[in-house]
Design a protein around this ligand. Structure first.
Ligand code: ADP
Ligand code: MG
Length: 589
């Protein structure tokens, strides 16, 4: 499908949506209204679960908080539904922030399990608060009105519902293609990388969680004023599971998945409810749940990624423009060459009984390349993890640029100017080369959620993209920035990590076996790159196995073996040191 065809398809879809009330009966429009409201909740789940990797079984309770907030405001207190919207957003946002702050630190399944707990708790409190009508609910909720026009008819509130959904989709779409959006997309796959890039993973999770809850809140507000009556039932945990199902069935990695999933699940439920009594007249109403569950299991077996990815294959790839010229981002001032930059003082790290790093001390001066060598298991990567804060030292002290970073968090160390690569490559394989490098630029940019959703971040984004392309070109990967990182050969993935590290404009660059998996010619190019970086004043700490590579490049070498430092000096001195030869080079160098 060409771009023009997509535009036309979109135009047809929007026109069809806009014209629907003129052609469809009240029943169909009401169904579309429900689909729109559910899709809004599912959209939040696509964002937080499908893209951000946080599973929530409690989304219906956010819908409920908003619905009750606005019902209380308008039906019980007699104020405008718009004031109800405000209260709904504030209440839901606050509750989500508190719940998020408490539970989002829990890793893995604990988070999902806790969502069931608070989902239940909130559901039961609706039924047990006297002022909210207990299990009888709240009736005679007034319709929303815009000016003097009341949206009491389903055909009227239809436009508000679908307008809100489309606005939320546009905002989410913009968000995902922004600085914070990339951070959200990077959350899946663990905190280690995200934090090493100076990103506060907890904060990104929390705000994403609250954003999803706010979408549920708007849905709850619309729901209350559409149905004009609420009780606790539609906010029960099993409804949360329906929402999750919608996101999954539609395709939780794609925004359209929310709409497709909501439509499909709603229509199917409707259909099954109509059909079952005909097929099995004497069964209770619960049978539909069984049928639905079976269908869902079949679905998960056959099409785990949902429906939209199937369809998306025929859609044109998103437009990818080569970033044009833009004003460069401000850079850090590098310390004067030769000033002491990093001081590792008797660093110790134990793993149970194993001493992986044993009282190792060394210093790094600005503008030099220091090689850290030693046989496998000597403790080199552990040393890197101590310096970057990925591991806490069991003893000793590490000072960087005059600041004690011994117990600092990785993201603070990253922001202080230490950038690293990983021995076991940590990229986001399903993000493009460009997006992976842009992740490295996170601390140098500042656009927040709201600015990004409204596309107010474009000037900064242009500068960031320009810079990212520059770094890709610099390491020799500038030709195809929109390629997925996972498609690169492993050697080039390491090089991509270097581009990402350079994007952070570091003072100190830590490279863990960067030449592994490179061909000879690529190694020469890498050595050339590192030399030019040094010439610009960057300081580099390098772990590498290829002795030729190290010896011709570095200014000094530190040798480790079994966690201890066993030698230090200029490459030639170290090469001739008998202790080093015995331990590391097996006496044959
Ligand atoms: P190198 O990078 O020099 O090959 P490492 O620093 O990766 O060595 O490992 C040093 C020693 O510490 C090894 O014996 C390794 O098995 C052990 N080690 C490293 N990380 C851990 C960990 N997270 N838990 C337990 N042992 C570890
Ligand atoms: Mg290692």
């Amino acid at each position: 499908m060409s771009r023009l065809q997509t535009r036309m398809a979109t135009a047809v879809a929007v026109t069809a949506l806009a014209a629907a009330p003129a052609f469809l009966g009240v029943f169909s429009i009401t169904l579309l209204n429900y689909i729109g409201i559910y899709a809004l909740v599912a959209l939040g789940l696509v964002l937080m679960t499908g893209i951000g990797g946080m599973v929530s079984f409690g989304q219906a309770s956010f819908v409920g908080i908003a619905a009750y907030a606005t019902a209380w405001t308008s039906a019980l207190m007699g104020y405008s539904p718009w004031l109800g919207l405000l209260l709904a957003l504030v209440m839901t946002g606050l509750v989500a922030a508190v719940i998020g702050a408490v539970t989002l630190r829990l890793g893995g399944h604990f988070l999902s399990l806790s969502t069931i707990a608070w989902g239940l708790a909130i559901y039961f409190s609706f039924g047990n608060i006297d002022g909210l009508g207990n299990y009888n609910g709240i009736a005679s909720i007034p319709p929303i009105s815009i000016g003097s026009h009341s949206l009491a008819d389903s055909a009227d509130i239809y436009y508000l519902i679908w307008g809100a959904l489309i606005a939320a989709m546009l905002g989410t779409h913009n968000l995902l293609n922004s600085r914070v959006g990339r951070a959200i997309r990077a959350l899946r796959g663990g905190n280690a990388l995200v934090e090493s890039l100076g990103i506060n993973a907890f904060q990104v999770r929390l705000v994403t969680f609250v954003a999803a809850a706010l979408m549920a809140a708007v849905a709850g507000w619309l729901y209350a004023h559409m149905t004009r009556f609420i009780s606790p039932t539609p906010f029960d945990v099993h409804v949360s599971i329906d929402y999750l199902m919608m996101a999954l069935v539609g395709g939780s990695s794609h925004l359209l998945g929310a709409v497709v999933g909501a439509a499909l699940v709603t229509l199917m439920k409707n259909y099954i409810q109509d059909l079952l009594p005909l097929l099995a007249p004497n069964t209770s109403g619960r049978l539909e749940i069984v049928v639905f569950s079976v269908l869902f299991i079949l679905f998960l077996q056959r099409a785990r990624d949902g429906i939209v990815p199937y369809v998306a294959r025929w859609l044109p790839p998103p437009r990818q423009e080569f970033p044009g010229k833009a004003e460069p981002l401000p850079r850090r001032r590098q310390p004067a060459k030769g000033t002491p930059l990093l001081k590792v003082d008797a660093a110790v790290r134990r793993f149970g009984g194993l001493v992986a790093v044993n009282e190792v001390s060394f210093e790094l001066r600005a503008g030099e390349i220091l090689g850290l060598i030693g046989p496998n298991g000597a403790g080199k990567s552990t040393m890197f993890n101590l310096i970057t804060g990925a591991l806490r030292p069991s003893g000793g002290k590490i000072v960087f640029a005059g600041r004690d970073i011994t117990r600092a968090a990785p993201r603070h160390i990253a922001r202080a100017g230490i950038a690293r690569t990983f021995q076991h490559v940590k990229l986001r394989p399903r993000m493009s080369l460009l997006d992976n490098v842009l992740l490295g630029l996170y601390p140098r940019t500042s656009a927040g959620y709201v600015a990004s959703a409204l596309r107010l971040d474009r000037a900064e984004e242009r500068r960031a993209r320009h810079e990212a392309i520059k770094q890709l070109e610099r390491v020799g990967l500038g030709a195809r920035p929109f390629e997925l990182a996972g498609n690169l050969p492993l050697g080039n993935q390491r090089i991509l990590e270097i581009a990402r590290a350079l994007a952070a404009d570091p003072i100190l660059l830590l490279l863990d076996e960067p030449a592994a998996g490179l061909r000879r010619r690529e190694k020469l190019a890498l050595a050339e790159l590192l030399r030019s970086l040094r010439a610009e004043g960057l300081t580099i700490l390098l772990v590498e196995h290829d002795m030729d590579f190290v010896m011709n490049l570095v200014d000094r070498i530190v040798v480790m073996d079994f966690g201890c430092k066993i030698g230090e000096g200029a490459p030639q001195t170290v090469r001739n040191d008998p202790r080093v030869q015995e331990a590391y080079l097996g006496g044959v160098a």
